[in-house]
Design a binder for this molecule. Structure first.
Ligand SMILES: C[S@@+](CC[C@H](N)C(=O)[O-])C[C@H]1O[C@@H](n2cnc3c(N)ncnc32)[C@H](O)[C@@H]1O
Length: 210
């Protein structure tokens, strides 16, 4: 968490993050595509964990017909500073909180959906486990967790740009279909699974009803 906060609180965070993201395949069209793969409904309460500068938050908000509530949580003040400026014009209520994804200050079974984009592959095992435990706790029965993250590369722009940095460490975890097994242990079952481009996949998990 400290390292992450430092990374995104430094030069790479905020406006620079958005610029780099846009140049490397994570522009508005990518986030619109991601939001289309997430089962968003007007009126729902949704968390965006590791929301960064709120690019996905805003794309998801656009699908809510002006009704609902989104809470974005991120460890980096610099990312959130940028996010605050971007969400000003949103028709949906968006609250931004600085904090860790390992502790979610919400009542049990109080949240309809959770989304997380480009965060899970970088979380250490203990943080990942805490985050999934907390997500499962706060989600309502049949609530969803929409995960957008790197997967096994195919031929295309995103894979060409990010492919080399994928090699090694935790970033290859999802190549062999690891995440469904990890989520299952927290009562979250895979419901839909689509590639958004040559590298990123949106997997929607639903909280088991029992
Ligand atoms: C690659 S960025 C993705 C941001 C955003 N989801 C997007 O799609 O643009 C990763 C973000 O996760 C945040 N993050 C990483 N670890 C975190 C943690 N343990 N708790 C909260 N935020 C975290 C970072 O501060 C950073 O903004």
């Amino acid at each position: 968490m400290t390292e992450t906060r430092e990374l995104f609180n430094g030069f790479i965070g905020g406006p620079v993050y958005d610029w780099v993201a846009r140049c490397t395949g994570y522009g508005p069209a990518f986030y619109r595509r991601a939001a289309m793969a997430i089962p968003v409904r007007p009126g729902m309460t949704l968390l965006d964990l590791g929301c960064g500068t709120a690019s996905l938050t805003l794309a998801v908000a656009d699908r809510m017909d002006g009704q609902g509530r989104i809470i974005g949580i991120d460890a980096s003040a610099r990312q959130l500073e940028r996010a605050k400026k971007k969400v000003l014009s949103s028709p949906v209520s968006i609250e931004l909180r600085e904090g860790s994804v390992r502790e979610l200050a919400f009542e049990e079974s109080s949240v309809d959906g959770i989304c997380m984009c480009q965060v899970l592959h970088a979380l250490p095992d203990d943080v990942r486990a805490d985050m999934l435990g907390e997500s499962s706790r706060v989600l309502k029965k049949d609530g969803f967790f929409a995960l957008v993250d790197w997967s096994r590369p195919r031929i295309g722009y995103a894979a060409a740009v990010w492919g080399p940095s994928l090699l090694g460490s935790r970033r290859t975890h999802n190549w062999q279909g690891t995440y469904p097994t990890v989520f299952e242990a927290f009562g979250l079952d895979l419901s839909t699974d689509v590639y958004l481009d040559s590298l990123n996949r949106c997997q929607v998990f639903v909280k088991r009803s029992r």
